[in-house]
Write a protein that binds this ligand. Structure first.
Ligand code: ASP
Length: 325
């Protein structure tokens, strides 16, 4: 064998041995899951439920770190810049796609800065208000908002957050600009809604379900195509006359670009197992959502979803002309 061929063969064997050793040993310490919004919010809720189950399968703890701010782009940026060793992962939602257009100077390129683990869940949103907000149903709410747009306040988790996107669709639907108040996540926004400091919010059912059930906030509609089993009396936005507001908040898990495929595949396997766990299925159902199918909890499915969603929201955002910078 010529010397160069021998060297190439040795290099290939060494690379194979290294990747096999990585696959066998991974993970051998705890993993950090960055959630790009505040603790106690909807993304945090999904992240903590799934992290606990994945930890059990991986045999190592997944520790959730909340890095809120700038509609989820601060946390995503932190993961984009992290070491690509399989020990830092990101749980993000639809904001990964919308921020690609909303921010014209992002520190990372959403389609190029990450590897993919898989889809987690698609969560419906709910249009909610403080308990004593006057309107009693969606029709009177729309009329009231149109009349009082300059005094009503609407919370969101910053430009790029799902609550921002949903609020933008609402304002387009009612053709009225409303004063928006950004938070680092809708966890703290919910506290202010409960305290009556904020009037309305559009947020995932994973944050609002318990409050709606408890009657501590008022709900007007869900953004899913069909009514939710947990709220059979709550109309869909289409039934309530605002079909343009349909949106579901898909969540996915990412790793920094260059993370070994063995790590991503191991994480995908743990994700698929977690999503099939009856406890997760039951808990998600209580919160108005369902786990993604195993076929979607894969790197290829998440990559395809992100590409399609960036293309889907780009014209909507450009038409609205709303940018973060
Ligand atoms: N998911 C929320 C949003 O996008 C933020 C959060 O999780 O706190 O508005």
């Amino acid at each position: 064998m010529a010397l160069s061929l021998k060297i190439a063969a040795l290099a290939a064997a060494a690379a194979f041995a290294a990747s096999t050793a990585f696959a066998e040993g991974y993970p051998d310490r705890s993993i950090t899951m960055v959630v790009p919004f505040s603790a106690g919010g909807p993304t945090d809720t999904v992240g903590r439920l799934i992290a606990e189950k994945m930890s059990a399968d991986l045999g190592q703890q997944i520790i959730v770190e909340n890095v809120g701010g700038a509609g989820g782009t601060l946390g995503a940026g932190q993961v984009a810049a992290a070491e690509a060793d399989g020990y830092t992962i990101l749980l993000h939602h639809i904001g990964m796609a919308t921020s690609a257009t909303l921010y014209r100077s992002l520190a990372y390129k959403p389609l190029e800065a990450f590897e993919y683990v898989g889809l987690v869940t698609e969560v419906p949103m709910t249009l909610v208000a403080r308990k004593d907000f006057e309107p009693t149903d969606m029709a009177s709410m729309v009329a009231y908002v149109k009349e009082n747009a300059d005094t009503i306040t609407m919370a969101n988790a910053g430009i790029g957050a799902a609550s921002h996107l949903c609020g933008m669709l609402f304002m387009q639907a009612v053709e009225a600009p409303i004063v928006t108040v950004p938070y680092k996540g809708t966890g703290p926004a919910m506290t202010e809604l409960l305290g009556g400091q904020i009037d309305i919010m559009c947020d995932q059912s994973t944050n609002t379900a318990e409050q709606i059930k408890g009657g501590t906030i008022k709900a007007y509609a869900v953004t899913s195509p069909a009514r939710l089993d947990i709220f059979p009396d709550l109309p869909t936005v289409a039934e309530a006359g605002l079909p343009g507001m349909e949106v579901s908040i898909w969540h996915g898990i990412y790793t920094p670009k260059g993370t070994p495929a063995e790590a991503n595949d191991r994480l995908s396997a743990a994700l698929q197992k977690a999503l099939a766990d009856p406890e997760i299925v039951a808990k998600f159902a209580e919160l108005g959502t369902a786990p993604s199918a195993a076929a979607d909890a894969t790197p290829a499915a998440l990559k395809a979803k992100l590409e399609a969603e960036i293309a889907r929201w780009k014209p909507v955002i450009e038409t609205a002309g709303v940018y973060a910078d």
